[in-house]
Each structure stands twice: as structure tokens, then as C-alpha cells.
Write a protein that binds this ligand. Structure first.
Ligand code: TXA
Ligand code: MG
Length: 317
């Protein structure tokens, strides 16, 4: 019998160089990062970028994050500034995405940036994706490897669940350590957090000592993930609940609620890091179990709880 996961490859030298070969040929590769799994394509190639948008069914207006090995590689593509340099030194490689100005002769595909004059750049910390970037010597556009508006994958098998054999190559680097997407920080005008993530406002403030608002209800879509339905299991979901009928999935946190067949605990020890890591896996399994409704208890809106609540709010949209 044919192995159904015949496009999932473990990390070794041979498979890494094959992944690099695919990317050089403008094919897409499923890759691990420390936040979530991504769908990687050559950021300089319109062909690759079109494949990403088509496969994800992603609206053309939603730009991609460009992933680099290190800051030297940015030189022809974006303008850096002092705040970027300070934050880079402190947090990179890691789960922080910067919005910077695109240089006029940048080679980044205009389709990848949705024709904006800005670029989202990130330097992922995961060892495997760093090895790929180092060997490839090209930047990669890497959105989360899920169909647009769906649940982000945190394992190679989740990527397979999303796209099956439509991608030829998925690198299996184990579960994503963080489990929730990077923080997106706009450094082009006034500092703004466009998407909360693992790195919090207070940590960023400590490094650059400025006030940073979290953008809510923006009129222009600058980070579409912030506005529309997103991270969604496609099941009606209610937040800040204290109970649920047995036919309704009940997402709980801590020890206050009784364990039951329909309960899914984000973290029994009320640990927000653990809750972030479990969030998408729990949403995926609720979807598979075909529940018709989801209730979620109140999650503390501090630290990583801010990013978790952001994802829950969009999932409930
Ligand atoms: O953790 C992550 O960032 C993951 C991993 C795979 O690296 N990637 C990820 O990509 O979450 P994606 O495509 O799912 O989300 C990218 C977000 C979107 O909300 C998009 O609107 C925003 O970044 N974005 C990209 N370019 C932008 C730009 N120039 N200005 C404002 N927002 C931008
Ligand atoms: Mg995404």
C-alpha cells in the first residue's frame, strides 16, 4: 500500500538539499518554523508566489511575510532603520516580523507584497528553516501552511491535512515550539503592533523605549489577519463562556472546570505558553470530531494571552 504521507520527509542532509532544489525550481515546500508551519516559495519569483496564492486561495490583497537568513541579505530589498537594528539584535532570529519600506529596485515579487511599498520581513529561529535559507541563498515568502482563513498548522501532518499531495515536499521538523504566529510590528511610520504574537509589547518597549499601540479596527487593511475571519475552524464559536452542553465542544483553561468528554483544556496548569502551543491542535481536533458549536472560557488578557485572545476573536468571527 502506498504511504499516504509520501510527501513528508524527515530532516537530514539529503532531504534538506532536495527541499532547496525544489525551491530553486520555484516549487513550494512545507516547512517548519518555531511559530507555525509555513508554505515556502522563492520570494523573488512571481511563479512561486502565484502558486502560494492559488494553493491557499488567499486574497491577492493579503501580502506575505518574506523570510531571510540574516539582516545582511536585506540590503537590496528594504530600508532598515535604527529601531529595526535594535530589535533585530535583541530578538532575531525569532518570532518577530517587521514592516519596513521596500527599496525601489527590490527583487521581491510585487505579487508577494500585494503591490504595497512596504515589506514584512522575518528571520525565523527554527534550525531547519535556517538551514534551508542558508543553503538556498534566496529569501522565502512563507505564509502559514493552511487554506486562507483556516487553522494554522503546527505539525507536518497538519500541512498534509490542508493540502494533501498538492505539495510535493513537506519537511518534518517536529511540532512548532511556540504554536502561534509571529508578532507583526509596523516600523514604517508610527510604531504599531498589527498582529500580537509571542513577543509582547512590553518586551519591545524595553528595547526601543517608545509607546506602541495595538491597532484595532483599522480602516485600511494593513494586516488583514486583524480584521476578517481567520484562524477559523468553520464552526460557530462563543467566547467568555462558563459552561457548555455535552453536544458543544468546551475549550477550558486551568483547573476550575470539570474534565468531560467534550472539554478540551488549553492548559491545566493555566500556563499561557502551553495554551498557545495547544490552541490550533485543539481547534483542529474539535473540527475533526464534527462538533457543531464551540464555547470557550475567558482567557486572561495578559502576556501571551493577548495573542491567544486575538486568534480566538478572529476564529469566532
Ligand atoms: O509566524 C509567522 O509569521 C508565520 C510563519 C510561517 O513564519 N507566517 C505567517 O504568515 O503567519 P501569514 O501569511 O499567515 O500572515 C502574514 C501576516 C498577514 O496578516 C499579512 O496581512 C501581514 O502579515 N503582512 C504581510 N505583509 C504586510 C505589509 N507589508 N504590511 C502589513 N501587514 C503585512
Ligand atoms: Mg496565516
Amino acid at each position: 500500500m502506498k504511504n499516504i504521507y509520501s510527501n513528508i520527509f524527515k530532516v537530514n542532509n539529503k532531504n534538506l538539499s532536495n527541499a532547496v532544489k525544489y525551491l530553486k525550481k520555484n516549487e513550494l515546500v512545507g516547512v517548519p518554523t518555531e511559530t507555525v508551519y509555513g508554505l515556502a516559495g522563492n520570494a523573488y519569483s512571481d511563479i512561486s508566489i502565484k502558486k502560494i496564492f492559488n494553493l491557499k486561495k488567499r486574497p491577492k490583497k493579503n501580502p506575505l511575510i518574506i523570510h531571510y537568513y540574516n539582516k545582511k541579505d536585506l540590503i537590496n530589498d528594504v530600508e532598515v532603520n535604527q529601531k529595526f537594528l535594535k530589535l533585530y539584535k535583541h530578538f532575531c532570529p525569532g518570532p518577530l516580523t517587521f514592516i519596513l519600506k521596500k527599496k525601489p529596485f527590490s527583487k521581491i515579487s510585487n505579487i508577494a507584497t500585494s503591490k504595497l511599498n512596504t515589506v514584512a520581513v522575518r528571520f525565523p529561529g527554527n534550525k531547519t528553516i535556517r538551514r534551508v535559507l542558508r543553503e538556498l541563498k534566496l529569501p522565502l515568502a512563507i505564509p502559514s501552511a493552511n487554506k486562507s482563513s483556516g487553522i494554522s498548522p503546527i505539525k507536518a501532518k497538519d500541512v498534509y491535512e490542508e493540502f494533501g499531495m498538492k505539495i510535493k515536499f513537506i519537511l518534518d521538523g517536529g511540532s512548532s515550539k511556540i504554536g502561534i504566529e509571529s508578532t507583526v510590528l509596523d516600523l514604517t511610520k508610527k510604531l504599531k503592533i498589527l498582529r500580537p504574537g509571542f513577543i509582547g509589547v512590553s518586551e519591545i518597549k524595553k528595547i526601543i523605549k517608545s509607546n506602541i499601540p495595538l491597532v484595532k479596527n483599522q480602516k485600511i487593511i494593513r494586516s488583514p489577519g486583524l480584521l476578517k475571519k481567520h484562524y477559523s475552524p468553520g464552526i460557530p464559536m462563543k467566547l467568555n463562556q462558563t459552561s457548555a452542553k455535552p453536544t458543544c465542544a468546551f475549550i477550558i483553561f486551568g483547573k476550575k472546570y470539570k474534565k468531560n468528554k467534550n472539554t478540551f483544556n488549553l492548559s491545566r496548569s493555566a500556563n499561557l505558553d502551553e495554551a498557545a502551543r495547544n490552541l490550533y491542535t485543539i481547534l483542529r481536533s474539535i473540527k475533526k470530531k464534527k462538533y457543531k458549536k464551540i464555547h470557550v472560557v475567558k482567557i486572561p488578557n495578559i502576556g501571551l494571552g493577548i495573542a491567544i485572545n486575538d486568534r480566538l476573536k478572529h476564529a469566532a468571527y
